[in-house]
Design a protein around this ligand. Structure first.
Ligand code: N01
Length: 891
């Protein structure tokens, strides 16, 4: 990078000599490094910050290009650790400019007298873990070597500019600038022909201002990006008022939110809104000029569902077409290769309108890639452009570059961090790396970092790290290192989280795709700021789970394990339920429990549209039963599935699994007939079982009347409904019909033995408890009848049954009896597939649009049903639902 273009502004470098010994060395004097230094000093540690630049500021020191501003409102993009600091500083704009943010960081450095412990103009040349001394040994290019107990990378996520990767840059005779290393002296562009390469946030901020100065500006765009108007001005009064009326509450809400800004998440999903309602919400967001608003407030499925997202993307493209006069340029500026928000969207001021200026032209590099840079300008596949100045706004080797590209880091047993990360960054909590004792990263890969308000994430990391260091010191420990198991568990959790959002669908610096040859994968933690904070706290609460601590005289502590084994959305749901402190369902009595379930169901997201829903009545074993039929929108006749709802033979009705039935109807293209069978205790065993059989028989006989395909039906059921489905198959075999071509059993009750390992492991804490299940049995079936195969189908004869797909969930008391049933079916010669869902609980699959990670399981169920019906297995995909609307759940 052209360092010569960066002028000094301050220098307090220490001269060379004996090794400088400190407790903690920190690299970087930006937002993170400054707060770290302050906290470390307060905790009684000796600390030194090493900074390559001539002054504090980090990213705000280097990124001085015209138009550089923050894209989170500045009232939120501030330190919150000291209320007096908050009162002492007033921001002048909604989105402060780079000079104002830099002044703020200088003000903070002065206020806490930080500069005296910062060695400026200094690069670490190498960092090596010295196992014997249990210290990091650092060599520098300026001043004494450094020895420290703990080494902390506060290097930021976007600090290593990416080389331009274009041939001939050295041949260019004009001026070259990089937005990420903009000079400190004034850059005069007036009267010059300027080229800007790159249209990410930096380019989009700089282009309108460069256009105002340059004689002519040519923008070279490879990929168009979504940009929203910032509508900058003074800080928004309502925002400031909200902050000032309850500063502590406002900040706390931000800390527990999904992105570090206190917006209550959207709860309504896109398909619940009319076109006009969606447009109204969108226009409001467009007028708000706020990235977080646009990313989180429109509808709950916008960040997690491709269809919900496409609606936003098209509304933005409409705005681009309205702003840009030339339709060809407008089309070229309209992003269509990635979902909105999967790549960092930009906040702009007059960006699109800039292309209406006569002195601005746009070159679409997708049609004419740059072939080289020459002495006089830029050559594409079609043309040559003579220019005086080239501005590279080409981005950064993000997240890992700031750590590995800076200097070699050598950990325990001589391992190099670059090698360990060769196939992508590995970390525990984004804070530490196995094999690198006493090394920490602030907002490292694997933490929410760039998907959050960095100020909030930085403070959380710094507080956590400093508190841990102080606790270690007090307990007499000198080293801390993540275990391999904890790190592998975090990688799994990261992968699970990344299935929840759409970030994985774009080629961006979030995934490493912008750097040729870099290993690819979603690098930031996509599970949200609040959940992440709770996980970090849980690690501490569980005795530093996943860390090995060592101290003098062989002292050791290691609670090994994975901090999150549940799917991330299941964890959120369970935490939310735990926070509600509900009384046990079994303590409510049957009527109370039914009222509770009805109320609970009323609050869940409405299911998606199907072709038709018809309510009716059919003859049960002892009187009429209600049913609800779900018909696909596709032309019939459709295969028919007889469905039995869950609820422990006590709760629920033909409508209570409505979202599941809608979802499966859409995915399978089949009619689902959900049966309202009789419940205990009013109608004890075998009422439900006999009703199930009678209903299946009637539906099979009337399949054509119901608009279905005549011939064999299929049966399906969840939980107690799975029990009825399984029993129905046995009764149908033994009583001469109806013909059933397949059974889908989702977390079924198959046996009355409540002492299997899954009952013991998951007795409490996973929604369906052992005690609730015992109550269900008591309500439904007298003890003497429980071994009857109509109550415990596992005890029945299993040969000659229809093929089966049995779903079990890892965190479900019923898991082992489901597995036992599948095994017994197989032993009896019944074709069976068993799917044990990792990280899921008993209700995961029926919480459609709440437990998004349940989608892949339902896809498999739908494929199984299609196979049973003799259809091609493919089911509708890309149908991920929305997150729930309760706090802490929407992105
Ligand atoms: O970098 P970028 P950035 N030939 O990687 C193009 C934060 N930030 O510095 O998309 C031609 O986003 C590249 O094209 P493509 C913010 O988080 C915040 O702008 O790879 N073009 C892309 O258009 C942001 O996301 C603010 O096809 C080449 C551009 O260069 C992050 O920093 C302000 C090329 C790079 O975009 C990075 O933003 C600024 C080549 N060889 C930055 N190589 C705020 O508002 C790359 N490109 C707070």
């Amino acid at each position: 990078m052209p360092d010569a273009m960066v002028a000094d502004s301050a220098s307090t470098a220490t001269s060379g000599g004996a090794t400088q010994e400190v407790d903690v060395a920190v690299v970087g004097a930006g937002f993170a490094g400054l707060y770290l230094l302050h906290r470390l000093r307060k905790a009684g540690f000796t600390a030194l910050v090493i900074e390559e630049a001539g002054d504090v500021g980090g990213t705000w020191y280097w990124n001085r290009y015209p138009g550089a501003r923050c894209d989170i409102q500045t009232v939120d993009y501030s330190y919150t650790f000291d209320p007096e600091l908050e009162s002492a500083w007033k921001w002048s704009e909604k989105y402060a400019t780079q000079p104002e943010i830099l002044r703020y960081l200088g003000f903070v450095a002065d206020r806490y007298d930080l500069r005296r412990d910062i060695r400026f103009h200094t690069r670490i040349k190498a960092a090596t873990w010295d196992q014997a001394a249990e210290r990091w040994q650092l060599t520098t290019d300026h001043g004494a070597a450094i020895s420290c107990r703990h080494y902390i990378m506060a290097t930021g996520c976007l600090s290593a500019p990416k080389p331009p990767e274009i041939e001939g840059v050295k041949d260019f005779k004009g001026e070259i600038y990089f937005t990420g290393r903009w000079p400190h002296h004034e850059v005069k562009l007036a009267g010059k022909r300027v080229a800007v390469i790159g249209t990410g946030s930096s380019g989009i901020q700089a282009i309108p201002l460069i256009a105002e100065q340059a004689a002519h500006l040519t923008v070279f765009q490879r990929t168009p990006n979504f940009a929203l108007p910032a509508h900058n001005g003074p800080p928004l009064l309502d925002r400031v008022a909200a902050l000032e009326s309850d500063r502590a509450g406002y900040r706390e809400q931000a800390r527990w939110s999904m992105v570090g800004v206190p917006w209550p998440p959207a709860s309504v999903v896109s398909w619940q809104l009319s076109d006009a309602e969606r447009r109204e919400r969108f226009e409001k967001a467009w007028a708000a000029g706020d990235l977080v608003h646009m990313l989180t407030q429109l509808w709950a499925d916008q960040g997690v569902d491709v269809d919900g997202n496409a609606l936003v993307a098209e509304l933005i493209r409409e705005k681009i077409r309205a702003a840009v006069k030339d339709p060809e340029t407008a089309a070229a500026l309209s992003p269509n290769d990635h979902p909105f928000g999967s790549k960092r969207p930009c906040l702009d001021t007059n960006y699109y309108a800039t292309y209406n200026r006569p002195n601005v032209s746009h070159v679409n590099l997708r049609q004419e890639p740059i072939t080289s840079i020459t002495a006089s300008g830029i050559k594409t596949g079609k043309r040559s452009f003579d220019v005086d100045v080239i501005v590279f706004a080409t981005g950064f080797d993000a997240m890992t570059g700031a750590i590995t590209a800076v200097h070699p880091i050598t950990g325990r047993d001589g391992q190099s961090l670059s090698q360990v990360w060769a196939n992508g960054p590995q970390s525990y909590l984004g804070l530490t790396v196995a094999g690198f004792p006493n090394l920490f990263m602030i907002t490292g890969p694997g933490s929410p970092s760039v998907l959050s308000n960095m100020a909030v994430s930085i403070e959380q990391h710094v507080d956590w790290v400093v508190e841990r260091l102080a606790a270690m010191r007090d307990a007499g420990f000198s080293t801390i290192e993540a275990t391999a198991a904890a790190q592998a568990g975090w990688a799994q959790h990261m992968a699970d989280c990344s299935t929840l959002t759409l970030h994985r669908l774009a080629n961006t610096w979030y995934t490493g795709a912008n750097v040729p040859g870099k290993a690819q994968g979603v690098m930031p933690y996509t599970g949200g700021v609040g959940p992440y904070r709770s996980i970090c706290n849980e690690v501490v609460g569980r005795g530093m789970l996943g860390f090995r601590l060592t101290g003098a005289n062989g002292a050791q502590q290691c609670n090994d394990g994975e901090v999150v084994r549940l799917q991330p959305d299941v964890r959120l749901v369970l935490n939310m339920l735990a926070d509600m402190k509900l009384p046990p369902i079994e303590s409510m009595g049957a009527d109370g429990a039914r009222a509770f379930v009805a109320q609970f169901n009323a609050g869940r997201p409405a299911g998606r549209l199907v072709g038709e829903i018809v309510d009716g009545s059919l003859p049960g074993a002892d009187g009429p039963l209600p049913y609800r039929l779900y018909r696909p929108a596709t032309p019939g006749p459709h295969p028919v599935v007889v469905y039995f709802h869950g609820g422990g033979w006590v709760l629920g009705d033909e409508q209570s699994d409505d979202p599941f039935c809608r979802d499966m109807c859409r995915r399978t293209g089949m009619i689902f007939v959900s049966v309202g069978y009789r419940h205990g205790p009013e109608h004890p065993f075998p009422a439900a079982a006999e009703d199930g059989y009678a209903a299946a028989k009637w539906i099979a006989e009337h399949a054509a009347d119901l608009g279905g395909r005549p011939g064999p039906v299929m049966v399906a059921g969840w939980s107690a409904g799975g029990n009825i489905a399984a029993v129905t198959c046995q009764l149908a075999r033994d009583r001469g019909g109806p013909a059933i071509s397949g059974q889908l059993l989702v977390c079924p009750v198959t046996d009355c033995d409540l002492d299997r390992p899954s009952y013991r492991e998951n007795a409490e804490g996973y929604f369906l408890t052992k005690s609730l299940m015992a109550w269900f049995w008591d309500m439904y079936c007298p003890p003497g009848d429980r071994t009857d195969p109509r109550a415990s189908p596992l005890r029945g004869k299993l040969s000659g049954l229809p093929q089966a797909f049995v779903v079990t969930c890892e965190f479900d008391p019923l898991r082992d009896e489901g597995i036992a049933y599948a095994q017994a079916l197989a032993a009896a010669g019944v074709p069976v597939e068993q799917f044990n869902a990792r990280g899921q609980m008993h209700s995961s699959y029926t919480m459609v649009d709440v437990v998004i990670t349940g989608v892949s399981g339902r896809v498999q169920m739908a494929e199984a049903l299609r196979r049973f019906a003799g259809l091609t297995p493919e089911s509708r995909s890309g149908d991920e639902g929305a997150r729930p609307g309760s706090d802490g759940l929407a992105a």
